[in-house]
Design a protein around this ligand. Structure first.
Ligand SMILES: Cc1cc2nc3c(=O)[nH]c(=O)nc-3n(C[C@H](O)[C@H](O)[C@H](O)COP(=O)(O)O)c2cc1C
Length: 366
């Protein structure tokens, strides 16, 4: 039996499972949790501007998101809550987000409908009072829990949006995970219709195909967070909690999913309603995702690993690094603000262009 599964005793208990996931994701010397394919950003190259008519001091990285002015087009992706240690993680991430002036996502609030005593772990608005806080729940729960109860919880949490995650890959490999995904789209659509806050739909590391994205946006979803392939692979994470044949099969999915940069390039900005995440690891990846059309970019694994070693200060330092890199890219591409960065020119490696074309052609057939 793997160490991680011994920890959880394969109980299916949400709190133990969350703790396992955190332990696996932060222990990078012991567990590989990242995709065996890249997110694809290495195929994008900015065109260097040797004579930028800019003063670095005047570069403006601010954007507006969910009626808040935020300092960077970056968010901390939804991660945790509902486990021992979850309060500490969420509190520290909330403090880091407030200090850096960027949005912060929470892990799934599903547990609150079974174990309401975890409420304080998710009620971080008083700490992150000036930035958007995003609650999170699985699409299966959107189908199975009465919407009125979820709306009430959203209001009590004082969040600015609800993020609905799609994770069939992880669920089918998770011991006691969900196996039935019928009716999810209709449930999300119905939920969105009466939601008290904007709805964001995200994947968790395998991406969402273009026609689904269009359908979701047409049904009233405000933003799509791609969470494409190239970063944390949740089937690989689950493989560390499995044994024998099950673990072997899970490992076969190490290259599953649509790489984030390819997906981003194939869909474009969709009227500024696309958030890019999944394998973004630094400010250059972030800048490239914006040049490809994303409204902003998000990261999960890099922040939770910083948290593990140096708590809130590590997360703030990492955000500072990303900001410095982003500002340098903006100067070196002659982009005064994020709007100009979105218009900036870049070139793609020919193989990448071919792959994006193949992806687009395949989508037309769906
Ligand atoms: C420790 C950890 C916990 C996560 N928990 C959730 C979750 O509760 N809900 C969710 O939508 N995504 C969750 N995710 C997925 C991330 O939000 C993100 O989509 C995914 O990890 C890909 O981004 P990355 O490559 O930057 O890690 C989690 C990720 C990590 C690393």
């Amino acid at each position: 039996m793997s160490t991680a599964s011994k920890n959880s005793k394969k109980s299916g208990n949400i709190s133990n499972r969350k703790k396992d996931h955190l332990d696996i994701c932060v222990n990078k010397d012991k567990y590989n949790v990242e995709s065996s394919i890249t997110s694809g950003f290495e195929n994008i190259h900015f065109i260097h501007e040797a004579m930028p008519e800019l003063n670095e001091e005047n570069i403006n990285t601010k954007i507006t998101f969910l009626d808040h002015e935020i300092k960077l087009p970056l968010f901390i992706s939804c991660m945790t809550g509902g486990s021992t240690g979850g309060l500490k993680v969420n509190t520290e991430l909330a403090k880091a987000a407030q200090s850096a002036g960027i949005p912060v996502g929470l892990g799934s609030i599903r547990i609150l409908f079974r174990e309401p005593e975890y409420f304080e772990q998710f009620h971080i608005k008083p700490i992150a009072k000036d930035v958007p806080v995003l609650a999170n729940i699985g699409s299966v729960q959107i189908r199975d829990i009465e919407h009125k109860l979820i709306y009430e919880m959203i209001k009590r949490l004082e969040v600015q949006a609800i993020v609905i995650h799609l994770n069939p890959g992880q669920e089918i490999f998770q011991p006691k995970g969900d196996r039935d995904f019928i009716g999810i789209f209709n449930a999300v659509s119905k939920f969105t219709d009466k939601s008290p806050v904007p709805v964001i739909v995200k994947e968790t590391g395998f991406g969402i195909r273009a026609s689904r994205i269009r359908q979701l946006l047409n049904t009233g979803v405000s933003y799509i967070d791609l969470a494409g392939a190239g970063g944390t692979n949740w089937i690989t994470v689950e493989s560390h909690r499995l044994t024998g044949e099950e673990a072997k099969i899970a490992k076969e999915f190490s290259s599953w999913g649509i790489p984030t940069a390819m997906l981003m390039d194939s869909i474009g900005s969709m009227d500024n309603r696309i958030l890019a995440s999944g394998g973004l690891r630094n400010g250059i990846d972030l800048a490239k995702s914006i040049a490809l059309g994303a409204y902003m970019g998000g990261m999960a694994l890099p922040f939770i690993r910083e948290f593990k070693f140096s708590k809130k200060d590590g997360v703030i330092r990492r955000i500072g690094e990303i900001e410095k890199t982003l500002r340098a890219v903006m100067l070196l591409t002659g982009s005064h603000d994020i709007h100009q960065l979105r218009q900036t020119r870049f070139w793609r490696k020919p193989d990448f262009t071919e792959s994006v074309k193949a992806l687009k052609d395949a989508e037309i057939l769906i």
